[in-house]
Design a protein around this ligand. Structure first.
Ligand SMILES: CC(C)(COP(=O)(O)OP(=O)(O)OC[C@H]1O[C@@H](n2cnc3c(N)ncnc32)[C@H](O)[C@@H]1OP(=O)(O)O)[C@@H](O)C(=O)NCCC(=O)NCCS
Length: 195
């Protein structure tokens, strides 16, 4: 970036912040993943809907533990933050993450999934909204986006209800198991009203 444009968030800012627990309503919270969550991650990566929409690789227990350790390294590298969606004191029921973080450019992308037992309660809307507020208020980003296949209306509803209006459609943007999907681009700015 040219000298006359300062970084939106200085390098080192994210590393200085310990990954926080973020409270949601209804006794739920976002918290860092721990090795005890590894069996949940194995199950999530085998779930047909998560496999189709989030496209994760299959994991065994050792692979899941390694993945969770890598998420902590990604925090230190200031590239991504990955939280478990969980009841207070309980096991993970889902994931919400801030990925593709560009501190200098002030942007990142939120992604999410829920295990089947956690679906239908609206918790992902709360998780995405809470994480966006952390990304703006604590980390200092300017813009956070959500992208999803146009064939995934549940994800579209989550993004819209979490305060990320639809900006447009990206043609042939992501290769799924059944071929190329057009993707919706949603985004929320720090200056937008909280939903
Ligand atoms: C997407 C996902 C996280 C949403 O889970 P959730 O938080 O339980 O969301 P809900 O089931 O409460 O649905 C959210 C909204 O979408 C709506 N919705 C759900 N399925 C829908 C469908 N097939 N068509 C239209 N709307 C739908 C719901 O009615 C709800 O809106 P409402 O609150 O106005 O009733 C979850 O379904 C999931 O993990 N799916 C598999 C993986 C995935 O799709 N990940 C996202 C990749 S981008």
């Amino acid at each position: 970036m040219i000298d006359s444009i300062p970084p939106v968030v200085p390098a080192g800012r994210m590393r200085e912040l310990a990954q926080p627990e973020l409270a949601l309503s209804g006794g739920m919270l976002l918290r860092p993943w721990t090795p005890y969550d590894a069996p949940t991650l194995v199950a999530a990566h085998a779930d047909p809907d998560i496999r189709h929409w989030n496209r994760p690789s299959r994991l065994d227990l050792a692979g899941a533990e390694a993945r969770i350790a890598r998420w902590h390294e990604r925090w230190q590298a200031e590239k991504a933050g990955t939280w478990a969606i969980a009841p207070e004191g309980g096991g993970a029921v889902g994931l919400v993450g801030l990925a593709d973080i560009d501190l200098a450019g002030g942007s990142g992308e939120i992604l999410y999934w829920l295990l089947p037992a956690g679906r239908g309660t609206g918790i992902t809307v709360k998780a995405a909204d809470r994480l966006a507020r952390w990304a703006f208020d604590d980390l200092g980003l300017h813009r956070v986006r959500i992208t999803h296949s146009v064939a995934n209306p549940a994800s579209c509803a989550v993004a819209t209800k979490a305060g990320f209006p639809l900006e447009g459609t990206m043609r042939g943007a992501l290769l799924h198991a059944d071929g190329w999907h057009d993707e919706h681009l949603h985004a929320r700015l720090r200056t937008d009203a909280t939903p």
